[in-house]
Design a protein around this ligand. Structure first.
Ligand code: URA
Length: 433
């Protein structure tokens, strides 16, 4: 393979053969193709796009660059949900144990977050003792024992993606649907679940800002997953406002526990509804069950405490101490007061995320540490009536009290109050089946 000739052809818009793409990825993973040539390839893909066959070849080549797991030895069908990520997106903490309680194996390899707020692994690690970085052997044991595991992805899974994503990040080549699909899917396919359901977030607080972009990604993910032999569907969901009331690692675990137990703080209806919808989609596809039956089963398993039992068992098997977590008092740094009176018309997810970051909930670089206790707890949601001076949020910044003022201004700007009640807004924007 002469990489320069491949690059010439891709630059001119020619379709590459699957074997050529496989060879390129394999050579890049072995360190035989330099970063500058792979960056040129990524840029050519950004500008020229890829056919479905090329995208599938890139995806499977990246999948095969590392270990590929299989769950065929388990008695129950396997399924997972992937989210493109949003503000306050704690859905995995509810969906994974809920789907497990409905008879699925849910082997979720997840990430530590880069950006304004933490990833699922960061959230779980705010529970004292919880080890997200399990060996593959221990991860298998946890899934076999309680049906689900939220484990951080190891370097053995799709190493080509790890290398290529870091390169794309610094060469302006992240926003390309074929590259995003190959990146997301290579990891999810290697994880081995037989059913893959995608939550493609759309809006100000999401990676995909517009509806056409989000729908295109959703369709491409489903087509790719099916092309690789998995059952799949996607839902495009709204991400203009934060999900639930909390943004910040321990705060989001608190809220997820409330949802799983059905008691505690104010239960966020958006988190409940989306969790049931996604878990039901997984169950319906994996167990080949009608969707209305799957929804009923998921609602039952959420309200009868089965999902909570699975979550508690998963945490125990990961070494976490839920008693210590739940007994801990969250240090409050102060209230944010509403600037005016009326109805909450909107809550800007991006500004709330920025506030959480200021307080220490996120990391700008992978080597930064996060404060698990930092974040924002909203006290209101869209449509609530508020009066001027009423507290609309509580801030938590035990390690960065000096950032409280700037965060408070961000949250105050984020909560927009108007004289009229806002019209109801759909959470589910589009279903791709
Ligand atoms: N998330 C990923 O894992 N990869 C991308 O390319 C974009 C978002």
């Amino acid at each position: 393979m002469i990489v320069k000739l491949l690059l010439d052809r891709k630059r001119e818009g020619e379709e590459l053969a699957p074997e050529e793409i496989r060879e390129l990825v394999a050579a890049y993973t072995r360190g035989e193709v330099p970063d500058y040539q792979m960056a040129a390839f990524a840029m050519a893909v950004c500008c020229r796009g890829m056919t479905d066959a090329e995208t599938l070849a890139l995806t499977t080549a990246m999948r095969d660059s590392g270990d590929c797991l299989s769950w065929d030895d388990l008695p129950q069908p396997s399924a997972d949900k992937h989210s493109t990520g949003g503000v306050g997106d704690k859905l995995s903490l509810v969906i994974q144990p809920l789907a497990a309680a409905c008879g699925l194996a849910v082997p979720s390899l997840t990430g530590r977050g880069l950006g304004l707020t933490g990833g699922t692994a960061d959230k779980m690690e705010s529970i004292p003792g919880y080890v997200a970085g399990l060996s593959l052997a221990d991860y298998r044991k946890v899934v076999a024992s309680c049906g689900c595991s939220l484990t951080v992805q190891t370097g053995e899974i799709a190493p080509a993606d790890k290398k290529l994503y870091a390169l794309r990040d610094v060469t302006g080549t992240v926003p390309s649907i074929p590259l995003i699909v190959a990146s997301i899917l290579s990891k999810k396919l290697a994880e081995g679940a037989g059913t893959l359901v995608f939550d493609v977030k759309c809006g100000a607080g999401a990676f995909m800002k517009t509806r056409p972009e989000a729908a295109a990604l959703a369709k491409a993910l489903v087509a790719g997953a099916r092309g690789a032999g998995r059952k799949s569907m996607a839902i495009v969901t709204a991400m203009d406002e934060p999900l639930g009331f909390t943004v910040g690692n321990a705060l989001e675990v608190d809220e997820s526990i409330d949802v799983l137990k059905g008691s505690g703080g104010r239960i966020p209806q958006d988190v409940v509804d989306l969790s049931v919808e996604f878990a039901a989609r997984m169950v319906a596809l994996a167990r080949e069950m009608p969707m209305d039956e799957a929804r009923t089963l998921c609602r039952e398993r959420l309200t009868d405490g089965s999902a909570w039992t699975r979550f508690a068992e998963m945490v125990r098997l990961h070494g976490g101490d839920l008693k210590a977590f739940e007994g801990r008092r969250r240090v409050e740094g102060g209230d944010v007061l509403s600037a005016g009176g009326g109805f909450v018309a909107s809550i800007d997810a991006q500004k709330v995320a920025q506030a959480a970051f200021e307080l220490g909930a996120g990391r700008a670089q992978s080597t930064d540490s996060i404060d698990p206790e930092a974040g924002v707890r909203l006290l209101v949601t869209r449509g609530d009536r508020v009066s001027a001076g009423q507290p609309v949020a509580k801030l938590h910044a035990p390690m960065r009290p000096e950032r409280l003022e700037v965060a408070s201004r961000l949250v105050q700007d984020a909560v927009v109050v108007s004289a009229d009640a806002p019209a109801p807004k759909a959470l589910v924007l589009e279903v791709v089946e």
